[in-house]
Write a protein that binds this ligand. Structure first.
Ligand code: S3P
Length: 435
């Protein structure tokens, strides 16, 4: 077990270097593996979760070469995946497991997939059910969980017209990946307004699709052509420095090369609504909007976060709870029951730890209410082996009263799932520099 101590910060200054966006990195690897030709991915995230995707693709016979900040993926094109010798281990990565379910469902491969102690507790029926409606042969453990067995389907997959009941980009993407090898046009409706990286990347790989606010339509059987993808910085990683800069008295943080995809800026928007001093500048538009974000300290007030806001900041909600403790008034989050089935039950995890730091937080089945401002006190807290909880608690540690010793985060090594350089970056910024 690794523990990390975090002292109260007097300042947060500098230009943090961000890891590549996790969602775009997974998708670039998987779409590259399906394409004709060799895809070049620049600045992809190199962390636990994306290594899980790489490891699974390698076990499926995909050739992946890495040098410096570049990954070359030789796609299978009209060929086939190799039958993996062993069960595919997706580690802690829900995106790996769920997207691979969609990618493998219609590709005549027999594969078993599993993950770590957290991943085998997360729901998978939501993906398997619609894939089965398309004709996929998928067996789950206890009807909902990994380990999962995928067998070659009896015939070709058939397109479906499906209404998503959960705003999950993993579900949406799994269905689009399966739709690529299905006969006919798949149509997705309902809760489709989650992160849209798959919809943006498919045309970049030469596969057009129709996207409207109410429907996504994709014709199966189209050929993916290898391409070059430059992965922008991850806004979910940038969020930690934005939050820190809002709360720490002497703060000025400039974050360059960060994705400003409208489906990912929910936390930034929430901070602006809280009164934070944030400015953004767009530097690139397509296929992903990228830009610069500048944040400095300021007064914060509580806000209401409604169900429709949740997909845009789903991974940042534990961090929002931390910020809410420092804001004047009530912060109320609703419609976030999905937080209970992430890498940990994130509502319980963040509430338990913030309470250990002296905060009062009212937890509901689908959200929380926090009355601020509250004084946080440094304490020994548990990460629940969840990278986003560990990092949110570290930011809480930066504003906690440490007169009786620093905040100690147990099992802090899990930050390497999405941000291996998180602690070195934190140290540099608290000493006022660039990472
Ligand atoms: C992701 C989608 C989100 C998010 C996860 C990454 C993706 O999950 O929480 O970290 O890359 O598609 P859901 O699709 O379950 O909402």
């Amino acid at each position: 077990m690794t523990t990390q101590s975090v002292a109260r910060a007097r300042a947060l200054r500098g230009k943090p270097r961000l890891p590549g966006d996790k969602s775009i990195s997974h998708r670039s690897l998987i779409l590259g593996a399906l394409a004709h030709g060799t895809t070049e991915i620049i600045d992809a995230l190199d962390a636990g979760d994306t290594r899980s995707t790489e490891r699974c693709l390698l076990a499926l016979g995909v050739k992946i070469r890495k040098s410096g900040n570049k990954i070359l993926v030789e796609g299978i094109g009209s060929g086939r995946f190799a039958p993996p010798a062993d069960i595919l281990d997706c580690g802690n990565s829900g995106t790996t497991l769920r997207l691979l379910m969609g990618a493998l469902a219609g590709r005549s491969v027999h594969a078993r997939l599993t993950g770590d102690a957290s991943l085998v507790k997360r729901p998978m029926r939501r993906i398997a059910e619609p894939l089965r409606m398309m004709g996929a042969d998928i067996e789950l453990t206890r009807q909902d969980f990994a380990p999962i067995t995928i067998r070659p389907a009896a015939g070709r997959l058939q397109a479906i017209d499906y209404e998503l009941k959960i705003a999950s980009a993993q579900l949406k993407s799994a269905l689009l990946l399966a739709a690529l090898s299905a006969d006919g046009t798949t149509s997705l409706r309902g809760e489709i307004l989650s992160r849209d990286h798959t919809e943006r990347l498919l045309p970049h790989f030469g596969v057009p699709l129709q996207v409207s606010p109410t429907q996504i339509r994709l014709l199966g059987g189209q050929k993916l052509e290898a391409t070059r993808v430059r992965v922008p910085g991850d806004p979910s990683a940038a969020a930690f420095w934005m939050a820190g800069a809002c709360m720490i008295p002497d703060a000025f943080v400039e974050i360059e090369n960060v994705s400003l995809n409208p489906t990912r800026v929910g936390f930034l928007t929430a901070l602006k609504r809280m009164g934070a001093m944030i400015s953004t500048e767009l530097t690139e538009e397509a296929p992903e909007p990228i830009g610069k974000v500048t944040v400095e300290s300021g007064e914060l007030r509580g806000i209401h976060v409604a169900k429709s806001d949740i997909p845009g900041l789903i991974d940042e909600l534990p961090l929002l709870a931390v910020v809410a403790t420092q804001a004047q008034g009530v912060t109320h989050v609703e419609g976030a029951e999905e937080l209970r089935v992430k890498e940990s039950d994130r509502l319980e995890a963040i509430a338990t730890c913030l309470r250990a730091m002296g905060a009062e937080i009212e937890v509901k089945k689908d959200g929380f209410r926090i009355f601020g401002p509250q004084t946080l006190k440094a304490a020994r807290v548990e990460s629940f082996q969840d990278h986003r909880i560990a990092m949110a608690l570290s930011i809480a540690g930066l504003v906690a009263d440490d007169s009786e010793g620093p905040t100690i985060i147990e099992n802090s090594e899990c930050v390497s799932i999405s941000y291996p350089d998180f602690y070195p970056t934190l140290q540099t910024l608290t000493q006022g520099g660039s990472s």
